[in-house]
Design a protein around this ligand. Sequence first.
Ligand SMILES: Cc1ncc(COP(=O)(O)O)c(/C=C/C(=O)C(=O)O)c1O
Length: 355
Amino acid sequence: GRKWNMWRYKEFLPVDESKKVSLNEGGTPFIKCNNLSKDLKVDLYVKVEGSNPTGSFKDRGMSVGVTKALEFNVDTVGCASTGNTSASLAAYAARAGLRCIVFLPAGKVALGKLAQAMFHGAQVLSIKDNFDKALEIVTKFALGGYLYLLNSVNPFRLEGQKTIAFEILEELNWESPDHIILPVGNAGNISAIWKGIKEFYESDFIDEKPCMIGIQAEGASPIVEAVKKQKLDIKPVKNPETVATAIRIGSPVNYPKALRAIYESNGTALSVSDEEILKAQRLLAKKEGIGVEPASAASIAGLIKLIDDGYLDHGERVVCVLTGHLLKDPKIAINACKKPLEVEPDFNLLKKIIG
Ligand SMILES: Cc1ncc(COP(=O)(O)O)c(/C=C/C(=O)C(=O)O)c1O
């Protein structure tokens, strides 16, 4: 596999690297977006986490978390998930020979993610309620000793995901970007990345820290509401709704760490509409050739809004974390396009159509 993956930073990871459960996670593409940088007048880089083994950043956290599960001699791992966590846990659990039970919100999980969770052999329980309820249930099973919980409330998940920060800083030759922008759902990833930034700062690898900017969907933005009032607690959103089903979460389990990351880094949080998310998803695909699922495009939609609002100055260096691959949610991608014509294989007819 690729020589550079997240285990390059093994000294910062709380596991015995020789015992790791790994699919060569991390070491994902870090791409300068020249076209969008010109249009938006910022220095824009993207961290393409859709290039991980199961297509999202979750693999970094699951690699460490499942390695820990083996260390603790558990035989069953579990999670609630909007999709990507379950897809990743199912794959890493299969590799580790562990039983895997996942609790998903019925009818609200994108096709690619459901296919992965099922096909890698997880026991999939389709709960007739939302993610927050599913998380409540799986937590009861964990507390009852039925399974080892690997949602991002488990700190070992964040240990793996903090390597996103390490890779961004190394790629930028140890010069922090001005801002790191990413979508926020259960709020584990923004907490993990900020932890990584602080660890490299305390290790004297960098002498400046970026501001952390969390982006949420308008219908599911409890962190944004708390930041608006500079509060330390959140008011859960009872019925979160967004087309970006990955972040359709009303009660983020990591809100204390996420709010601290935003306040400590002098960052902010912003919500974007579903329309802005889908527009940004298409823009990224057509201008830079980078395909992401809707939740990941929220970071680009947030960037555009921050520039329009004058929050970001021209020329600032920004990294958007693109958390999941386009293929995770093929239905959304196809629905956004005109249905392809079905035509006879007739050269002259086709020549007319192609124009
Ligand atoms: C593509 C994508 N982008 C962003 C997020 C938000 O990250 P967190 O703020 O750390 O939750 C998720 C989260 C997914 C789940 O929560 C799950 O899979 O259960 C995601 O899949």
